[in-house]
Design a protein around this ligand. Structure first.
Ligand code: NZQ
Ligand code: ZN
Length: 387
């Protein structure tokens, strides 16, 4: 196992009554002005907005609203929010949503930084020397795991770049996860989010080291659980156990614990992010299309690990056939699972214009943590095969 330092500074409140139980007390710990950030308005339809505004009012807060944060949040929106937070001198940013979390983290930093935010913190890894505005999260849709990391994935529309950085300083101070809040998330969105979590687990699993290590063993249990619980929620959307498990699995995949001691790959995320920069496609759906195609390319470079994945996650009999055949069967089982849960397996089924793929491929870099680094030409082939 590689050496590591571990800390996760976000305090998590999990459960169906977690917002009503904990949010009022948490609000009392911050100053009088709260910037409430949210998306395109689902929280108004579901009643979450009204509930949270009630707690804010009772706590005597002055509320500065910042709404309209879209999926795949843009850098322009970050700048707009940062300017507002700075002007209003807010004491706390309360992010309510999914992508809203990523945008709000960037706002919390942008509000206290005067230079070129993109250049200093997203174009390449920087060092945060100013204290961002405190951030609290109320999750309404699960998948990315953004609630307990400092990850903020932002799309720079003018540069056609979608990229993320994980700065520990951007971790929220608290994150409230109420699985019940996710009941109104459209089925496709909820499943694509759950697949995003599984993708995070796979991106961590298929990387060095491959010797006996705790991360891989935990990861196998989590991947199995993700597969089982996605199946369960599709059978019964009211299955509270499956829903709670999927919300927590998403957090577990990205709270940095699984990554400890691992190099991690995230090649598939690099491919999907470039696709997203050009098309604003659904993140989990893009990953669903790309994973099997990418894995068919690298299966011979990591045969033993793919065969182990096949056995541990998809019950491929370890005594049957040679290692490569079993490894390939695992990838085909993953493909069948993606079809079974209603996610796309071709880019053409995602309304993606074939013409953008040349630029999308050119915008990708090779992951240093993968079994084998992909060349530019091979990345282009992967997009062609995925189409
Ligand atoms: O905008 P509103 O109106 O709120 O609607 C949202 C949005 O359309 C809706 N929704 C949210 N909660 C709801 C609800 N609808 C009904 N009931 C509720 N309770 O669902 C949609 C949610 O979209 P979003 O939050 O944007 O999720 P999505 O998975 O599409 O996007 C995730 C973003 O995070 C990035 C992705 O790249 C993408 O930009 N990632 C962030 C990571 C991180 N910070 O660690 C890691 C990931 O790998 C990922 O890259
Ligand atoms: Zn992801």
């Amino acid at each position: 196992m590689n050496s590591f330092v571990f800390q996760n500074s976000t305090k998590v409140y999990f459960g169906n009554d977690s917002v009503s139980t904990y949010l009022p007390g948490l609000l009392a710990q911050y100053g009088p002005k709260v910037m409430l950030t949210y998306g395109g308005g689902s929280i108004k339809k579901t009643g979450i907005y009204e509930e949270i505004m009630g707690y804010l009012k009772t706590a005597g807060k002055t509320v500065v609203e910042f709404s309209g944060i879209r999926s795949n949040p843009t850098y322009a929106k970050v700048l707009e929010g940062a300017a507002l937070a700075k002007k209003e001198k807010v004491d706390l940013i309360l992010a309510v949503g999914g992508s809203v979390m990523d945008c709000s983290k960037a706002i919390s930093l942008g509000a206290v930084y005067d230079g070129d935010l993109w250049d200093a913190y997203w174009a390449h890894a920087g060092k945060i020397e100013t204290k961002p505005i405190p951030l609290g999260i109320v999750l309404t849709v699960s998948g990315t795991g953004s609630e307990t990391n400092g990850g903020s994935v932002i799309t720079n529309e003018s540069l056609k770049v979608k990229t993320g950085r994980d700065y520990p300083e951007l971790n929220a101070q608290f994150a409230i996860l109420n699985p019940k809040y996710t009941e109104t998330v459209p089925k496709f969105q909820f499943i694509s989010g759950a697949f995003d979590s599984l993708s995070h687990m796979m991106e961590i699993y298929f990387s060095e080291p491959n010797d006996n290590n705790v991360s891989d063993v935990m990861n196998e249990a989590l991947m199995r659980s993700a597969v089982d619980n996605i199946r369960a929620i599709l059978v019964d959307p009211h299955d509270e156990g499956a829903r709670s498990n999927l919300v927590w699995l998403a957090t577990m995949a990205e709270n940095r614990i699984l990554k400890l001691g691992k190099k991690t790959d995230f090649q598939c995320h690099i491919l999907e992010h470039s696709l997203g920069a050009y098309t604003f496609c659904n993140h989990g759906a893009g990953l669903a299309v790309l994973h099997p195609v990418y894995y068919r390319h690298i299966v011979k470079d990591g045969t033993k690990k793919f065969a182990r994945f096949a056995e541990k996650v998809f019950d491929i009999d370890p005594s049957e056939g040679d290692e490569l055949t079993r490894a390939q069967k695992g990838i085909e089982a993953l493909t069948a699972f993606i079809k079974e849960i209603g996610l796309p397996t071709r880019l053409r089924d995602m309304n993606i214009d074939h013409a953008v793929l040349v630029d999308v491929a050119a915008g990708c870099v090779a992951s240093p943590g993968s079994f084998r680094q992909l060349g530019k030409e091979e990345i282009r082939e992967i997009f062609e095969e995925a189409y």
